[in-house]
Design a protein around this ligand. Structure first.
Ligand code: BGC
Length: 857
């Protein structure tokens, strides 16, 4: 039973009233985010929006703010599907407020390689954890009456050449890893939609992949929702329809619409095939309350109670922060001890606020936190609490806070803001002014909709114009970016005038991150100048009928010498009781549309941490990144706290955790390598158009365990809290385990109990002769299913428990039948591998506390 209401009759009646042209039109976007309304049958226009940490809505701008929750990696780090479900309730509420019917989320591709550009937007390297968090999220959103599209089905695990890459994935890893989260979510949370990926899998682009969409997703798993293309991915009318694609986005020019109606008339596809797709769209409309006369799946009275978005963003953030390291501070570090007292042996965190006199907050990201990942996951929160602001608000009066940026992580010039007053004037070709809007900063950006009065057909040029009053005398850097003509004047002088062509790679990437050109302009403090950036946009491949515009005027004031900035940070650290250093990635190295090329923190941030740590042994490092980064100094500092992209309440949650009003609750959903070269999978660039997943099922911890060395910096499941747990007992039944544990520390805490399953015989286990390069597996090695090589252990279940000091807690965790199975083409599908297994109750993959034996029969 996947549908609480039976809409069949209403859907059939609506379908019967539609002619071919209307049906074909209904399967094609009418613009960037919506499908056409059909008033004759009482069908409203269905509105879709990204996703996944908020609801951007129809406008890609700060005018229409949305709550910004922590990044998906953070949500997964809570290991709490119920929390994901509450996030879903909040997002449904946001969606309804903005008139959005379908959220383009969650993203459940896997962390195959740490280089994956959208790693921050996916959950984990483990399919079970990914599926459980994704199912919680989908349930929550849909319980609020809003649809989801689980994405990107399937194999969009990296960004390089994402439109064309042919991922070669053998059946076993495809089933056991990459399809597994989709399967779990489809079977357990019944999503109303799916989004097919840009890439190909085994020779067919996913938008046309009949075997996986019609065969596996719909046929085997019983998916009854609609299938939308990723944006611009649908390329062929007949093949897409036959492959099971229902809706081609964005519009208005797609391979469906009039082209689909023509294909029916030409006898290339049947009207019955079109009807099947329309039926699924009408079903979606019925579920979301967009089909008149049909009760929505969730009526207005059944919507979960109103949720305070800020409070939930705050709660998820601190529950997601992963305390990677928390060692005692040695010596008389930080002056935090009373004069003359012997050094206390206590971990660096939480800080003892009552004993603090001065705190040095260091790092550009402490002031400008990176709270969310880039690309289509971008939303615009109304307010952001930076780490600096959060600490200022939370530290007692009388504690002196010094701030020093130390090192600049950005390589791009930020958009013009301080000292600028700007407006954007939208002009037609004949010079007619179509709209004139005030600008928050130097970035003029629209996707999907323009200001009132502006249409894609009439817009010719945009003039960003206003004044700038510098605060410093010297050489200021102005930067322009955009595709098309760009002319910049400062007072009456033309300082830049060029046609800037797209780089010619990924159209979204060209559009969202156009190349930047810099111009040095000498200016005098206090002397106002007039600045005008004239732009004639050229489509960067997104289609001329689309409301799409993106160009920016950037500005950077004369910078202090980088060495002097580092020195200043070191001085601030040396003079403080505690140094809190916030280091971060930037949108230039970690975002959608490209993969990372290394795992280093950008700029001189590593040097900054090392020098601060040398100046003050009480140095706490806060890592603000969506995916793994190398932390070469990690053994030189007593505490390292990972905050991911923490969402809008970043600083408030950070203050809670640093000062100990709450413990950090996160556990790593993905292994953190010490160095990129240690990571088991680093190949994300196709060779001759193909990317071979030759590692088979051995990604993430499944691969790390397969070789004796090197060890990762931090293992899968790792994360410290502020209390201790003793695992007291582990009892098993054939399909569940019961774990009893006691909080042996001094304060209330939460533990994520992890259950691993280790087969007595991991099969035809062939350790790699060279640890760094495990042998490539032959696709689906024709070994008998009982003897295929399996990982040393894998996650089979988990649960969170909470207990006060001295209290014990008990939890029962199901052991799914699938945990004992392998996919075997030879055996014709899923195959249960009989035999003895060790069940392990663990704090993390490498900190296993209790074991018990089970036999699979
Ligand atoms: C992304 C999708 C997103 C869509 C619409 C695409 O580039 O891959 O995840 O939903 O854009 O913004």
């Amino acid at each position: 039973m996947t549908d609480p209401y039976d809409h069949t009759a209403a859907v059939e009646e609506a379908l019967a009233a539609l002619d071919l042209d209307t049906k074909a039109r209904l399967l094609s976007g009418q613009d960037m985010w919506t499908l056409p309304a059909v008033p004759g049958i009482g069908l409203k226009s269905l509105v879709m929006s990204d996703g996944p940490i908020g609801v951007r809505g129809r406008h890609w701008s700060a005018e229409d703010p949305s709550v910004a929750l922590p990044s998906p990696t953070a949500l997964a780090a809570t290991w709490d599907p119920q929390l994901a479900r509450r996030a879903g309730h909040l997002l449904a509420q946001e969606a309804r407020r903005k008139g959005v019917h379908v959220l383009l989320a969650p993203t459940v591709n896997l962390h195959r390689s740490p280089l994956g550009g959208r790693h921050f937007e996916c959950y984990s390297e483990d399919p079970l954890l990914t599926g459980a968090i994704g199912a919680g999220y989908v349930r929550g959103v849909q319980e609020g009456g809003v649809g989801t599209t689980v994405k990107h089905f399937v194999g969009n695990d990296a960004e390089t050449a994402r439109y064309t890459v042919d991922n070669r994935i053998a059946a076993r890893p495809l089933r056991e890893l990459y399809l597994a989260p989709f399967e779990h979510i489809v079977k357990n949370a019944h999503p109303w939609g799916i989004m097919t990926a840009y890439n190909q899998v085994n020779g067919s682009t996913m938008t046309e992949h009949r075997a996986l969409v019609q065969g596996v997703l719909r046929g085997e798993w019983g998916f009854d929702g609609f299938n939308v293309s990723d944006w611009t991915a649908a390329r062929h009318t007949v093949r897409a329809l036959r492959g099971g694609l229902d809706v081609a986005m964005p519009g208005p020019r797609t391979v469906y619409g009039a082209r689909l109606a023509d294909a029916v008339r030409a006898g290339e596809v049947t009207e019955a095939e079109v009807d099947d797709a329309v039926r699924r769209v009408l079903r979606l409309a019925a579920r979301t309350g967009c089909l008149a006369g049909v009760p929505a799946a969730v009526g207005p009275d059944e919507i979960p109670e109103r949720i305070d978005g800020r409070a939930l963003a705050h709660e998820i953030a601190r529950r997601a922060f992963v305390l990677l390291r928390n060692e005692p501070v040695d010596g008389t570090a930080g002056g935090a001890q009373p004069d003359g007292a012997a050094a206390r042996v206590r971990p660096a965190l939480p800080l003892d606020a009552a004993a603090l006199r001065t705190v040095a907050v260091i790092g550009a990201a402490a002031r400008d936190a990176r709270v969310l990942g880039g690309g289509s996951a971008t939303v615009f929160p109304e307010e952001i609490v930076s780490p600096l602001a959060g600490l200022r608000a939370a530290l007692p009066d009388g504690v002196e806070i010094t701030f020093a940026p130390g090192a600049e992580p950005h390589t791009r010039i930020p958009s013009a803001r301080e000292g600028f007053t700007l407006r954007a004037r939208y002009l037609a070709a004949d010079g007619q002014l179509l709209a004139d809007t005030p600008q928050f900063d130097g970035m003029v950006h629209a996707i999907g909709s323009f200001p009132d009065g502006v249409t894609p057909h009439h817009l010719h040029a945009v003039e960003l114009t206003g004044s700038f009053t510098p605060q410093t005398t010297g050489s200021h850097t102005l930067a322009v970016s955009g595709t098309g003509d760009l002319r910049l004047t400062v007072d009456d002088a033309v300082v830049f005038d060029e046609h800037c062509a797209p780089a010619g790679g990924d159209p979204f990437e060209d559009f969202l991150n156009p190349q930047e050109r810099r111009i040095a302009v000498p200016l005098t403090a206090g002397e106002r100048v007039t600045v005008t950036l004239w732009h004639v946009p050229r489509s960067a491949g997104l289609g001329e009928d689309l409301a799409a515009l993106n160009f920016t005027l950037g500005h950077r004031a004369p910078q202090p010498d980088p060495d002097a900035a580092l020195e200043e940070a070191v001085r601030a650290a040396a003079a403080a009781d505690v140094a809190v250093v916030v280091v971060a990635t930037t949108g230039e190295v970690e975002s959608e549309g490209f993969d990372r090329t290394d795992l280093r923190l950008p700029g001189r941030q590593d040097e900054l941490v090392a020098r601060v740590a040398a100046a003050n042994p009480y140095t706490v490092v806060v890592v603000n990144s969506g995916s793994p980064v190398e932390l070469p100094w990690r053994e030189q500092v007593p505490a390292v706290l990972l905050t991911w992209f923490p969402g809008q309440e970043a600083g408030a949650a950070l203050a809670d955790v640093l000062l100990g009003t709450h413990e950090p609750g996160g556990r790593l959903p993905t292994t953190w390598p010490a160095r990129l070269e240690d990571a088991p999978v680093t190949g994300v660039t196709p060779d001759d158009g193909r990317l071979s997943y030759s590692e088979g099922v051995f990604i993430g911890y499944r691969a790390w365990q397969r070789r004796p060395a090197p060890s990762p910096a931090y293992a899968f499941g790792h994360g410290l809290g502020y209390t201790d747990w003793e695992y007291e007992s582990l009892d098993t039944t054939p399909d569940s385990v019961r774990v009893r544990l006691r909080n042996t520390g001094q304060r209330t805490g939460r533990e994520v109990v992890q259950i691993y399953l280790a087969p007595e015989n991991a099969g035809d286990h062939r350790p790699a002769p060279d640890a760094a390069t495990p042998p490539a597996l032959a696709p689906d090695a024709a070994a008998a299913p009982d003897s295929v090589e399996r990982p040393a252990r894998w996650l089979a279940g988990f649960a969170t428990v909470e207990a006060g000091p001295g209290e014990s807690a008990e939890v029962e965790i199901p052991l799914p039948g699938r945990a004992f199975e392998v996919w075997s083409e030879e055996a014709g599908g899923w195959h249960r591998v009989r035999g003895d297994y060790t069940v392990e109750a663990a704090h993390s993959l490498t900190d296993r506390r209790l074991t018990a034996e089970v036999t699979a029969v």
